[in-house]
Design a protein around this ligand. Structure first.
Ligand SMILES: Nc1ncnc2c1ncn2[C@@H]1O[C@H](COP(=O)(O)OP(=O)(O)OP(=O)(O)O)[C@@H](O)[C@H]1O
Ligand SMILES: [Mg+2]
Length: 435
């Protein structure tokens, strides 16, 4: 709500020190347009709850195809699961998807893309909520408080918007009691305490079963089979066998699985070097840099791959691509001093630092002075205009009254003189005629 105020204040500051009427009008128009824009933005459909579950499936599909690499299973399952759920006007339960896979394979990435297609503001939308186990629920001794807070939070948000999206990250590190606290909202109840949770979307992210999935992908690779031939049924079996029988898995303790409250198990395959290269290319393109095949190879070769001998899969998936790319882009700037004479480089550096400090200070004072000066001048300018408006209105009023009264009197005298002239000239003409 403060934004329009800032815009108006900003425009006031930006206004020239000696404004003219035209400039004043332009600034006024800009202020009105700015205020209007922010009002429109806060009331626009962008910020509405997407209760009807509007989703451009084709656009989501295209986005997943273009941005997510090496995850044919995850893309297919989420796309079909989500579109089926949203098409159903009266779902019997909330959608619960569980994303599994090793690090950097795109679990958060796909959930962000889904969020963005449901709500244009994506993860920043007030209807998309992310919980990170180690961040939001770090202390086991506060378990009861966390449970209450979590339940209240979900209730409040679903009351506010039925199509809320809840993303639980690092769910394998979440206390089983907390997962049980969410359980009622994933179940087949029409409502709980008057709130209907069946249109909400829950996404659970974890590294659980990452090893099993990786092993399966490696077996496929060793057998010379095409990765895209891995079917959900191949992974599902493995998931049910071992993923949830681990003592350290929150799911193991939970009755989510027993009661079949998770609708979709989504496996994320480990990424090969070819996928890492695609991630690097996408990152380069996103930064608006010219794609350089050599640079892509350098960054890709700098990643670690497993197993030790075969080096098939990236240990961190595409997770550190961005950081690695920075390391390769930075030397092109930093390399230059090495070619220079050490003294000239040093003096150059000192002079740059000095220039930086001086110009910052000078700019700061200049800005402060200019801002205060122009703010005051504009305030006086506005006051003077208002004053001028009032004075000229009063003066015009008296001018008008005086003119009206004087012209009324003048006209009366004018009429009397005409009448008098008429009478006199008639009498004179009469005597003239008689004579
Ligand atoms: N399959 C993929 N296709 C394209 N980019 C990817 C893919 N996987 C990861 N990335 C890139 O790597 C970044 C990190 O991935 P993300 O956070 O989704 O990993 P994660 O699976 O959630 O890992 P973790 O288990 O460590 O949380 C993403 O922001 C994205 O840029
Ligand atoms: Mg993650």
């Amino acid at each position: 709500m403060e934004k329009p105020l800032f815009v108006v204040l900003g425009l006031l500051l930006l206004a020239p020190a000696r404004p003219e009427p035209v400039t004043g009008a332009v600034i006024g128009l800009l202020a009105v347009a700015g205020g209007g824009y922010f009002t429109w933005k806060s009331l626009s459909p962008r910020n509405e709850c997407n209760e009807k579950g509007r989703l451009d499936i084709k656009a989501l599909q295209a986005d997943l195809e273009n941005r997510v690499f090496g995850q044919h299973l995850a893309k297919g399952i989420t796309l079909r699961g989500l579109s089926g759920f949203l098409r159903n006007k009266n779902p019997r339960k909330a959608l619960a998807m569980s994303f599994h896979g090793s690090t950097g394979t795109g679990k958060n990435y796909i959930s962000q893309i889904i969020a963005q297609h449901l709500y244009p503001d994506g993860m920043k939308s007030r209807y998309v909520h992310q919980f990170v186990a180690t961040l939001h629920f770090p202390h086991i001794q506060h378990l009861d408080t966390y449970k209450d807070q979590l339940q209240q939070w979900i209730r409040r948000n679903v009351t506010d918007c039925k199509r809320s999206v809840f993303i639980f990250d690092e769910v394998d590190k979440m206390h089983p009691g907390l997962i049980d606290a969410i359980k009622p909202y994933l179940d087949y109840y029409e409502h709980i305490g008057g709130v209907d949770y069946r249109k909400a979307i829950f996404i659970f992210l974890s590294n659980t079963a990452g090893e099993v999935i990786s092993k399966l992908a490696l077996d496929f690779w060793k057998a010379g089979k095409v990765r895209e031939d891995i079917k959900l049924s191949d992974v599902e079996h493995q998931l049910s066998l071992s993923a949830f029988n681990k003592n350290n898995s929150g799911f193991w303790h939970s009755s989510l699985i027993d009661r079949h409250l998770i609708d979709l198990y989504v496996p994320f395959l480990p990424l090969e070097q070819q996928h890492v290269k695609m991630c690097i290319k996408r990152e380069i393109m996103d930064r608006g840099i010219i794609v350089d095949v050599e640079l892509i190879s350098k960054v890709a070769n700098d990643m670690t791959y497993y197993p030790k001998d075969e080096k098939v899969f990236s240990v961190k998936g595409c997770k550190v691509v961005s950081t690695k790319l920075n390391l390769y882009l930075l030397p092109t700037i930093m390399d230059r001093p090495r070619n220079l004479n050490i003294f000239s480089g040093f003096f150059n550096f000192v002079s740059w630092v000095f220039w930086g400090i001086c110009s910052s200070i000078s700019n700061f004072f200049h800005f402060v002075f200019w801002a205060i000066f122009s703010l005051f001048l504009n305030i006086f300018y506005i006051i003077s205009w208002v004053f001028w408006g009032i004075c000229s209105s009063i003066s015009n009023f008296f001018n008008f009254v005086f003119w009206a009264i004087s012209s009324l009197f003048l006209n009366i005298f004018y009429i009397i003189s005409w009448v008098f002239w008429g009478i006199c000239s008639s009498i004179s003409n009469f005597f003239n005629l008689v004579f």
